[in-house]
Ligand binder design. Structure first.
Ligand SMILES: [Mn+2]
Length: 336
């Protein structure tokens, strides 16, 4: 369902806002809109607080201008165009100014609708079935009869690759949009990827390999759980353990009384067992260890106080075990 057209922005001062911790889909969707609208409107992009590395690299290579802070008041703009989020919680430091904004708010997103609406005067284009906000931007440009220029097409293709996890969650319509966007971008697929791929640093490679070398391996029914400790890049190392075979990985570090644990889980365990790292492990960790934990089903973390990383990692394993205990085929053993 399309509730607005690009003509709504004609000759207006438009502020495009991405979520805080802006990812590639968000910056690419914002930029596709920016390039398209700039011909007839005054447009700025706001990225509140923080931008992820691939998104930053892409913005720099594509010459996408954005600000990280525009003050606490958006009254110099006629309207806001919110991209890739629909809850004020994701707006970071821009939340207050969005809440107080008196003009019209437009919104494009593919996340689940938040319980609380972002404002009163909102025209929202939300489709949870879209793999990326860039897919929705493509549909908006197409239905508004706006030609897809090289830069817009490049942005749309990049956002789709990133948010579909390199097409893992793609459907046939993703591929037809991708085919058109890539053709109009004038780029090959590998040229597109080079706009946002970040080579791993030396330290990152060592951390991932050390995590594998020091890992403890457990079997939980048909699933493999791995734990490890490294001095840095825990999240990265946990992803690596999942890539090389673990269904669930916990990697942590304790330093000067501070304790951090990152968890990652494979799509297989999320889907077939309905396991949720945030709910079943990380939100429960603070009962034993002072600190706070949370995140998503497949990627979550804990930050707190403590010196005993092994105890924290074993508590993660034990909470995971509790979830699987009583399920068909349950048994537990450590591989040594
Ligand atoms: Mn997205």
């Amino acid at each position: 369902m399309l509730l607005f057209a690009l003509s709504s922005f004609k000759r207006k001062k438009v502020l495009i806002v991405t979520h805080s911790g802006c990812d590639l889909d968000a910056i690419a969707a914002a930029a596709a809109l920016y390039f398209s609208l700039s011909k007839r409107s005054q447009v700025k992009i706001l990225v509140p607080d923080h931008i992820a590395k691939p998104a930053k690299a892409f913005a720099s290579k594509m010459h996408i201008p954005y600000s990280m802070n525009l003050g606490s008041n958006f009254s110099s703009f006629d309207c806001l165009l919110i991209v890739d989020f629909n809850s004020l919680e994701m707006a970071g430091s821009a939340a207050k100014a969005i809440r107080q904004f008196n003009g019209k708010i437009f919104l494009i997103d593919h996340h689940r609708k938040a319980n609380e609406r972002i404002g009163k005067n909102v025209a929202a284009f939300i489709d949870q079935d879209a793999v990326a906000s860039c897919e929705l931007v493509f549909r908006l440009l197409q239905r508004s009869g706006s030609p897809l220029g090289r830069r817009e097409a490049t942005c749309i293709a990049a956002g789709i690759v990133a948010d579909s996890a390199y097409f893992l969650t793609a459907n046939s319509s993703t591929f037809s949009i991708m085919a058109e966007a890539l053709e109009k971008s004038g780029k090959s697929f590998s040229e597109l990827l080079s706009l946002f791929s970040i080579p791993k640093s030396f330290d990152q490679k060592i951390a991932a390999l050390k995590a594998a070398k020091r890992s403890r391996i457990f079997r939980l029914g048909k699933y493999v759980v791995a734990t490890s400790d490294v001095g840095a890049f825990e999240a990265d190392a946990a992803s690596t353990l999942v890539k090389i075979g673990a269904d669930i990985a916990f990697v942590g570090d304790s330093e000067e009384g501070k304790l951090r644990v990152s968890g990652r889980a494979s799509q297989a365990v999320l889907k077939s067992a309905r396991f949720d790292l945030a709910r079943h492990v990380f939100q429960l960790l603070p009962k034993q260890f002072p600190g706070s934990g949370g995140g998503h089903a497949g990627a979550a973390g804990f930050n707190g106080q403590g010196n005993d990383i092994n105890a924290a990692l074993m508590q993660c394993v034990s909470l995971t075990k509790q979830f699987f205990r009583g399920k068909k085929g349950f048994f537990f053993k450590e591989y040594t």
